[in-house]
Design a protein around this ligand. Structure first.
Ligand code: ADP
Ligand code: MG
Length: 702
């Protein structure tokens, strides 16, 4: 006992409670009481004003406690000094319960900063402040001021909300979920979700990690830590507080769609972390994941003694993205036919019928579970007079042990099924009332199976003229505006992303001569940082015959002036026509998220992007495989593959463009957002015909 690092917070031999007191209703009393109940180690109350607390002898300062960990419950103004005393006394594990820090305004934020500095100076593993505390079941340590310790088990739990910890602990007893460690993260001044994900990844007694998070502070660090952990320990989180803050300020399509939730989605996915939509789903997943067995296929066998619930389970399997009903082989069907009465259904879902005994149930379950396509099994039972439910529960648990196939039980009843529920809880087989929840639990296993099978190759390098891009981006420094448009199209050339022939010109005669060099018809666009969406003001003319280019030039300038008299007009772009009829307008974009850094988006493009919102996000940069997944993921993917007799587009070209844009934004932190919209994909190749990007001048390298 007494490990180093973050793990040391969960197995100290001696814990000092600084601010321990007898005063009723105080945090200092509650945590001391909890620690004195059931903790294998020693509790040392620290309080200079008392000789004993709750009958235990008290010491005056943390230096006299000879402890490995300190729990701090003193008034806010004293916390920083106490933390320093801990550092001086070489007590490196510190849990700050005291509130009144960053959550309360400027003075508190200042105090939190001081606490952070002390922690850095003494290399403290510090939880909180404003934390409910930490718990660990192997030593019976409840260093929280919550009401109860949780049941013991193999799930480790972190929560950004302290109230949520008490709620879950209370509920876990009924739900049959047991915990190894739990931590209330509080304000995360020092240790945050990344530290605990990493620590529990190295903990042999943690079979699954679950988190209730409101934010992830350093998205990329979290991804790195979680990737390592999820290699052999599943991680599931609920991320609450889905907001689209930030979307309002966006001036690109990608920024408008991105919001913060897309970043979390992309980030958690990249991390291999399962995301639950609700707290119930989180713990349903946790119960399934803590079981240990993983499905070997996505096929689900259903064994039921009631037709209706069997249909419900079948529907839930159909709705689950990653699961399908197992298709039994001939041997399985034959064996079931021989073992079951004539009225039984021997195809999946197997119906053993209402009069089934435990023996018949057991036979059916054994036969179904050994089918090669049965990756997991749902066993459903409704109350009947023929069954002893304690026996049934034991039989299901035995089958789960014997077959090593994940099983979920649906006990569709109340008190009559209590015996089965108790046995299953004891034996670690998840049970639910609702078949949909049982299936959701199994789906979490299937998802985790996919995560386990992943590898994370480095994206292929992109050859690019980075110097040229740097110059173009720096051009915003001479402008009053930090947005660039088609005048910066050379960025695409520098990164090997194909573009149509074209140039920006600033007089009609020049427009004419550029057009003559391009072809019989051209596209003309107004170029102005003040005009975000050119076609909205009639600033894009498609199919202009060469002889009309001069007039079109004047008309475009007039429109822009009319729209905004003081608009900065850089000129008009004269561009080669692309045959849109043969292609699909796609969008490749990027948005820089404050937590997760640059994201790359791919989707159905054109002027209606926000209306369609058929898009998908990843953390940038992506490699070719990931880019290909993106192109397959959008609803409009069949259009790319050639719907209704059309030729498929150059998918390799699309993949390459996505990959290159993602590298571009990863290479240049000054690119805040970027749209390549449309990137026209045709059977003969892809071409980026429009560009808009926003540059953060502060991030430009000199
Ligand atoms: P904006 O997005 O600012 O309105 P775009 O350059 O994207 O301006 O042009 C708007 C639309 O005009 C495109 O979505 C596309 O349908 C069409 N378009 C633009 N450039 C071309 C081109 N070179 N060839 C064919 N169609 C084009
Ligand atoms: Mg556009």
């Amino acid at each position: 006992m007494g490990s180093d690092g973050v793990a040391g917070l969960f197995d100290p031999d001696r814990v000092a409670v600084v601010g321990a007191t007898d005063r009723e209703g105080s945090v200092g009393r509650a945590v001391t009481e909890n620690l004195l109940t059931g903790f294998d180690g020693t509790v040392v109350p620290v309080n200079p004003n008392r000789d004993e607390v709750l009958g235990e002898p008290c010491v005056a300062g943390v230096a006299e406690a000879d402890a490995e960990m300190a729990v701090i419950a003193v008034p806010p103004s004293l916390v920083v000094d106490v933390a320093r005393e801990c550092g001086e006394a070489d007590v490196r594990h510190v849990v700050v319960l005291t509130a009144g820090f960053g959550e309360t305004g400027a003075e508190g934020a200042d105090r939190e900063q001081q606490l952070r500095e002390v922690a850095a100076e003494y290399d403290l593993e510090l939880v909180g402040p404003n934390s409910l505390g930490v718990m660990s079941s192997p030593t019976g340590m409840n260093a929280t001021f919550g009401p109860d310790a949780p049941p013991a088990g193999s799930v480790s739990f972190m929560s950004q909300s302290g109230a949520f910890v008490t709620a879950v602990v209370d509920w876990a007893k009924d739900a049959g979920l047991g915990f190894k460690d739990a931590v209330s993260l509080g304000n995360k001044a020092v240790l945050d979700e990344t530290d605990f994900v990493r620590a529990w990844g190295d903990d042999p007694d943690t079979d699954a990690v679950v988190g209730y998070l409101e934010s992830i502070d350093d998205g990329r660090a979290f991804v790195d830590a979680a990737r390592e952990t999820t290699d052999d320990t599943p991680v599931a989180v609920v991320k609450s507080g889905r907001t689209d803050a930030g979307a309002q300020a966006a001036s690109s399509h990608t920024g408008a769609i991105a919001g913060s939730d897309k970043a979390y989605e992309a980030g958690l996915d990249a991390a291999g972390v399962l995301r639950a939509e609700s707290v119930q789903e989180l713990f349903d997943s946790a119960r399934a994941l803590a079981g240990g067995d993983l499905p070997e296929s996505d096929g689900v066998a259903v064994v039921t003694n009631a037709g209706g619930p069997g249909v419900m389970a079948t529907d839930a399997v159909g709705d689950a993205e990653r699961l399908r009903l197992a298709s039994f082989d001939d041997d399985t069907v034959e064996d079931l036919s021989a073992a079951m009465p004539d009225e039984a259904n021997v195809y999946n879902p197997v119906d053993v019928i209402g009069d089934a005994s435990v023996e018949r149930f057991s036979e059916a379950l054994d036969i179904a579970a050994q089918d090669p396509d049965a990756g997991s099994v749902v066993v459903i039972t409704a109350p009947t007079a023929t069954l002893d439910f304690g026996e049934l529960g034991a039989m299901i648990a035995d089958a789960a042990d014997d077959h090593g196939v994940p099983m979920a039980a649906c006990l569709m009843g109340g008190d009559r099924l209590a015996d089965a529920r108790d046995v299953l809880r004891e034996r670690g087989v998840p049970s639910y009332f609702d078949p949909a929840r049982a299936v959701a639990g199994l789906e979490a296993l299937a998802e985790y199976r996919e995560v386990r099978g992943r590898s994370y190759p480095e994206p292929e390098p992109v050859d690019a003229d980075r110097e040229r891009v740097r110059e173009i981006l720096s051009s915003v420094e001479e402008r009053s505006d930090n947005r660039l448009g088609v005048e910066a199209m050379e960025i695409f050339d520098a990164y090997g992303i194909p573009t149509p022939e074209g140039r920006v010109v600033d007089d009609a005669a020049e427009a004419q001569s550029v057009a003559e060099g391009i072809g019989e018809e051209v596209v003309m666009k107004i170029v102005s940082p003040d005009i975000l969406h050119k076609s909205d003001i009639g600033g894009v003319k498609v199919g202009v015959p060469v002889e009309e280019v001069g007039d079109a030039y004047e008309d475009l300038i007039a429109r822009a002036r009319n729209y905004q008299p003081d608009a900065t007009i850089l000129g008009v772009q004269v561009q080669e026509m692309i045959d849109l009829d043969a292609g699909v307008e796609t969008i490749v974009g990027s948005h820089r998220d404050p937590q997760f850094g640059p994201l790359v988006m791919f989707g159905l493009g054109g002027v209606f992007v926000e209306i369609m919102e058929d898009t998908t996000f990843r953390l940038a940069p992506v490699g070719a495989d990931e880019a290909r997944e993106m192109t397959a993921e959008i609803d409009a993917a069949p259009l790319l593959r050639g719907a209704r007799g059309r030729d498929p587009v150059d998918l390799d070209g699309v993949v390459d463009a996505v990959r290159r844009v993602s590298q571009l934004v990863a290479d240049f932190p000054s690119i805040v957002e970027l749209d390549a919209n449309p990137l026209v994909a045709t059977p003969d190749g892809v071409r980026a015909v429009d560009l808009r990007l926003t540059v953060d001048p502060e991030e430009l390298e000199s």
